[in-house]
Design a protein around this ligand. Structure first.
Ligand SMILES: O=C(O)C(=O)C[C@]1(C(=O)O)C=C[C@@H](O)C=C1
Length: 356
């Protein structure tokens, strides 16, 4: 078929697609009205999870699953904006990995509110200035983000979704590589690139700052003194820096897990993770007895972290992730059993255990 004829066919299809998308938007509007009237959450991660799974099953054409997910991410993003002008708070400034994780989950149609620190993200959601918040919780190379863990102790907020983001750090600057004397970055990123720094810049001063975007801004500002930054592409672009070397993290699979926090947790999807924290009585065998609750009910514990309780010296809070939803019989029984051995048990969410 000649090119102009093919394009005419594409135009016709686009026309139909717009018609279908508008029809979908009318239905979404109705869903939004029902949710508002019934006080339901606008963001429905369980529905999105089911929808994306179904799309992958019915997709017979040429479009790769990754592309289809990206297209639908944006369709659902516009739906969220239509339903309630959704606002998501994230650890800023613009261009941070957390910002990128938030966009990966919520798309480009909603409002994003950049916050100066983790506590502000929690606070904005708790005070209903933002509908949801996005915070990092752990990195596959550097481990737990303890600041986030600590904030869950006193927060009434719940986790409703998780986001996995592959983190590719690079060396960025606006000066030649051999003039670099100082490297700016977030402490997590220095940790993720430790071996690369030792190999390539053993003599450089490492200056820790609150975000990779800030590091990039400082690399530009202090360029005459030999400054460069480590971080992602977006931070380089926003500050007009050149990527002198890409993918410098010590592990190529370097991934950060982020959490979406809101007022309510997510209904069961059949593939869920539950996050809890507990503290134990200071008695011999308490920790073993507590953990046996999971073993007894055959509940898989995918992660355990401990943090100082900040109430008494040498007293700890344990953070555990469990396979399953808090409404699953085994998980809820295990939690009841756990309570017998603990001075505090707090569940802060069940959510789809997604890989993306
Ligand atoms: O089904 C819903 O609850 C909707 O709000 C619609 C919709 C969609 O576009 O399909 C939009 C946002 C939700 O997070 C999930 C699904």
């Amino acid at each position: 078929m000649p090119l102009d004829q093919i394009r005419k066919k594409i135009d016709t299809l686009d026309h139909q697609l717009i018609g279908l998308l508008s029809e979908r938007a009318d239905l979404v509007h109705e869903v939004g009205e029902i949710k508002k009237a019934e006080g339901l959450q606008i963001y429905a991660p369980e529905r999105e999870h089911a929808l994306l799974r179904r799309l992958a099953e019915i997709n017979q054409g040429r479009i790769p699953e990754k592309s289809l997910r990206a297209i639908y991410r944006e369709i659902m993003s516009s739906a969220l904006a239509l339903e309630d002008n959704l606002t998501v708070a994230y650890l800023g400034p613009e261009g941070t990995w957390t910002h990128q994780a938030a966009i990966k989950k919520f798309g480009h149609s909603i409002n994003y509110a950049s916050q100066a620190n983790f506590a502000e993200v929690f606070d904005q959601v708790a005070r209903r200035k933002a509908h949801y918040g996005v915070v990092p919780i752990e990195n596959s190379t550097e481990g737990a983000i303890s600041h986030t863990l600590d904030l869950f102790v006193d927060s009434p907020l719940q986790i409703c979704a998780q986001i996995m983001l592959r983190i590719e750090n690079g060396l960025m600057a606006c000066i030649p590589r051999d003039e670099i004397k100082t490297l700016y970055s977030h402490p997590q990123v220095f940790g993720q690139c430790r071996n690369w720094i030792l190999r390539h810049f053993p003599e450089a001063d490492l200056v820790e700052v609150s975000s990779t975007t800030k590091a990039a801004a400082l690399a530009r500002e202090n360029a005459p003194n030999g400054a460069a930054a480590l971080g992602g592409k977006l931070a380089a672009e926003l500050n007009e820096l050149t990527m002198l070397e890409e993918s410098i993290q010590d592990r190529s699979t370097n991934t950060t897990r982020f959490l979406v926090i809101g007022e309510e947790t997510c209904p069961a999807t059949g593939n869920d993770r539950t996050s809890i924290l507990f503290s134990i009585h200071d008695r011999p065998g308490s920790l073993v007895n507590a953990l046996q609750a999971f073993d007894k009910l055959n509940v898989n514990m995918s992660k355990i972290e401990s943090r100082p309780s900040k109430q008494r010296d040498w007293e700890y809070i344990f953070y555990v992730d469990l396979a399953g939803h808090c409404t699953d019989a085994a998980v809820s029984e295990a939690l009841l059993e756990l309570e017998k051995h603990c001075s505090l048990v707090k569940m802060f969410g069940s959510y789809p255990d997604t890989e993306s």
